[in-house]
Design a protein around this ligand. Structure first.
Ligand SMILES: Cc1cc2nc3c(=O)[nH]c(=O)nc-3n(C[C@H](O)[C@H](O)[C@H](O)COP(=O)(O)OP(=O)(O)OC[C@H]3O[C@@H](n4cnc5c(N)ncnc54)[C@H](O)[C@@H]3O)c2cc1C
Length: 231
């Protein structure tokens, strides 16, 4: 059912943040209020790995009982993500993110949020590449890349990453809300092998954070996470 509080004229808003690095069309932000319920629900439930679904039913106290997102977007570029954060700020909404869809409790589905589905972000699962200038064995990839996908890529170079035991877990959620990969007891947390992260902040900054740049933020990512892990 459309949310009576949603402004109707905002149908399928197109982000319009100018970012010279973006050559493609902006990804649309699809509003729940302007989309048939079954169509919107199939978007927000896409790529949830199990059949456990949060209760979307209405209630007198909606924030206690409903997990209805306000909108859905599948960002293709950094500027799409920035546009979604800008939109969320202007509409006073929260942001929720889906990388691999393997949260048992479907935590990518949040009440009154803009759901960012990262599956197609900057090449999606095909975004893995060697970063030889950063050192031997360094690769970059998007957050929807799975443990299996990354290790298939690395195997060609005779390397591996201590990803999740479930091959389909997405790196985004695994690094921020999992992290106990292969041989964890001896090799430690998976996030200890991350040398840098691209982040979009709530203030619309696009940052590359690592041991030397924005060190506190980088350390926090390893401890609890919550900013966007883009690549
Ligand atoms: C079958 C199965 C096996 C598993 N095996 C292991 C294992 O061996 N070791 C282990 O440690 N864990 C394991 N897990 C737990 C898994 O690592 C976590 O559930 C992880 O959070 C899933 O990540 P995801 O990206 O696939 O899920 P998602 O549902 O997409 O995301 C999970 C959470 O992380 C947040 N998030 C995702 N991407 C981003 C991002 N880019 N930026 C900011 N926040 C983000 C989401 O908002 C959500 O709250 C397993 C889970 C399942 C279902």
């Amino acid at each position: 059912m459309p949310d009576a509080t949603d402004p109707a004229p905002d149908t399928h808003i197109t982000p319009s943040v100018n970012n010279p690095s973006s050559g493609s069309s902006p990804a649309p932000i699809i509003l729940r209020s302007a989309t048939p319920e079954s169509e919107f629900n199939s978007l927000i439930f896409s790529r949830i790995f199990n059949r456990r679904r949060p209760d979307l039913s209405s209630s007198a106290i909606p924030w206690q009982h409903s997990r209805h997102p306000h909108a859905y977007c599948k960002p293709l570029t950094v500027s799409d993500v920035v546009a979604c954060v800008d939109f969320a700020r202007k509409k006073d909404k929260r942001i929720a993110i889906r990388s691999g869809g393997h949260s048992w409790a479907c935590w990518s589905i949040r009440y009154d949020s803009i759901l960012l589905d990262m599956i197609d972000f900057e090449g999606g699962v095909g975004s893995i590449r060697w970063e030889r200038e950063m050192g031997e064995g360094v690769v970059s990839c998007g957050p929807a890349v799975t443990s299996a996908g990354l290790n298939e890529f690395l195997a060609e170079g005779g390397r591996m990453f201590p990803g999740g035991h479930c091959p389909d877990v997405g790196l985004g959620g695994f690094l921020l809300q999992g992290g106990m990969g292969w041989n964890c007891k001896n090799w430690g947390w998976a996030c200890e092998y991350v040398v840098g992260v691209d982040v979009v902040t709530a203030g619309l900054e696009v940052l590359h954070i690592n041991e030397t740049k924005h060190k506190t933020c980088f350390t926090l990512l390893g401890v609890r996470g919550q900013p966007f892990l883009l690549s």
